[in-house]
Design a protein around this ligand. Structure first.
Ligand SMILES: C[S@@+](CC[C@H](N)C(=O)[O-])C[C@H]1O[C@@H](n2cnc3c(N)ncnc32)[C@H](O)[C@@H]1O
Length: 212
């Protein structure tokens, strides 16, 4: 079988802290990871893509690598949140279903095929050690035409981000995430954009592709 990671340097998806993720993510962190303008940019993007609760559809959205906030201006009717920490997910008032799962230990989603109208992942893709498998799973559970929306900034937990992310720039991160999405073979060509004003606070970049 072809290696989906062919061409990436050895150690690209390794991390300084290789302890099992439940150790690091055990204590709840009821904090925000980006500034207010970047959070607003995430909500604006979701509204623009018509994946929040103000749109007639979608009604069912998956927030991958979620915490106590999902950044929708108006939450969708059904919001499935998946993350590492049960207390954080319990505190997410927008959520209607909660899944605690370590995607680095088990890179699959316990959801049926074509189950959700949209999938989002905010400021977290850099922690995945098997991102292509996880993104392929996002593609499996997305309905045709449904958007995959991956956002990132320039902040991270450095001991938990993969080495390849730490060694590359914001612009290269866009190319990297787009390539990971492309390698699943399940999405339209990813579009990368900067959603915040350059030089003002935390940058917020988005990579958006649709399930084919
Ligand atoms: C920087 S926080 C971002 C949380 C949230 N998406 C937000 O926008 O505030 C990183 C999140 O990634 C999740 N995460 C990290 N490693 C994970 C893993 N191996 N499996 C599933 N989720 C993970 C954690 O639960 C944590 O909530």
């Amino acid at each position: 079988m072809t290696d989906p990671y062919a061409g990436f340097p050895a150690g690209f998806f390794a991390r300084d802290d290789e302890q099992p993720d439940p150790v690091f993510y055990g204590p709840p962190r009821l904090v925000t990871h980006i500034d207010d303008a970047a959070i607003a940019a995430v909500g604006d993007l979701y509204a623009e893509l018509a994946i929040d609760g103000s749109a007639p559809r979608p009604r069912r959205v998956l927030d991958l690598m979620s915490s106590w906030v999902s950044h929708f201006r108006t939450p969708p009717a059904e919001l499935v949140v998946l993350g590492m920490n049960a207390a954080e997910l319990d505190a997410n008032t927008a959520a209607t279903e909660r899944i605690v799962r370590d995607l680095n230990a088990e890179p699959t989603l316990p959801l049926p095929d074509a189950d959700v109208d949209a999938a989002v992942c905010c400021v977290s893709v850099d922690y995945l050690t098997r991102p292509i498998e996880v993104l392929a799973e996002a593609g499996r559970v997305l309905r045709p035409g449904g958007p995959l929306v991956i956002t990132y900034s320039d902040r991270c937990f450095p001991t938990k981000a993969v080495h390849g992310w730490l060694a590359t720039t914001d612009e290269q991160h866009g190319a990297l995430v787009a390539e990971l999405v492309r390698r699943t073979g399940l999405f339209t060509e990813p579009e990368v954009s900067l959603r915040t004003r350059p030089g003002r606070g935390d940058p917020l970049y988005a990579v958006v592709a649709r399930r084919t």
